[in-house]
Design a protein around this ligand. Sequence first.
Ligand code: AHM
Ligand code: MG
Length: 336
Amino acid sequence: MDINRIITLDEFIIRQQNEFAGATGELTGLLRDIGVAAKIVNREVNRAGLVNILGIEGTENQSGDVVQKLDLYANEKLIECLKNSGECCAIASEEIENFIELPGIHDKPAKYVVLFDPLDGSSNIDVNVSVGTIFSIFRRKSDFTGPSNIGDFLQTGLEQVAAGYVIYGTSTILVYTTGHGVNGFTLDPSIGEFCLSHRNIQIPKRGQYYSVNQGYYLKFDLEMRRYIDHCSDLNLGLRYIGSMVSDVHRILFQGGIFLYPSTRKYPNGKLRLLYECNPMAFIVEQAGGKAINNHLNRILEIDPKELHQRSTIAIGSPDMVDEMKAFVERYSAVTS
Ligand code: AHM
Ligand code: MG
């Protein structure tokens, strides 16, 4: 086979499916439909400067953040594509208070639920900085013949069957895992296809950057301040975009650590466990990295209690996350 041949996302997903005996193609269909939604959202993100859908919508989402118009558009498109897919029985979105049941197609019971953050980092939209879409897929736990329930969504991150993100950056890249490594696909706008561009992504053990909103330094706990001082002592560079997808994407390729610790405003962290932390943790772990919270618990093992639960997070290169863990252990022992 010609190794330079273009492999599209659709072809790659189908090939992966063929490697698993008993795979029915349902997850394949679902991933493909998310790919379609990503293309539609991408088109709109790119056109955003041209049409009047920019700007703050004026409402607040479930978590109290200001919602911008493009978030709502991305939210609608994802729901639409997942509805048409017929493989998803219910969805939960960072932009919606409760989960939504989706009607089945031809009375076929759907096995999966999908959770997503339709447009993460939305405060960046107005200034033309990269944003992203994050998704997480679970097999439903409830009886396939009845309606889905909250228990289908409140599963630990370990139970994710797939997770991914799309970064709308200088190019648009979709990165996903089904628990067998991580692969990245770059959208070729000339043919309208995501093409395999980053095979079996491995995160470096360490990196030259740390990523945290250092403006909140004085609001962080002592152990976190000490760790940040340590990063600075090591002459690590600080990179913080304010768009988790973009910050973690860089770390996935170049190594480093991303932190969103507790602050006075967000004592449990700002980021959402189900829409942001779990899917990113699954991807990063699959690439050889680590993800823990401030209590040093593995993100993927946290038992969620509610849909919009927040979590602190330290995610990235394995050696750097271990080092952060050691700082927290040392300095919290000093204060306790
Ligand atoms: P959003 O989902 O409302 O866009 O918020 C999540 C974003 C993350 O992408 C980013 O890492 C973080 O919020 C930035 O928050 P802050 O401005 O407090 O540093
Ligand atoms: Mg978000």
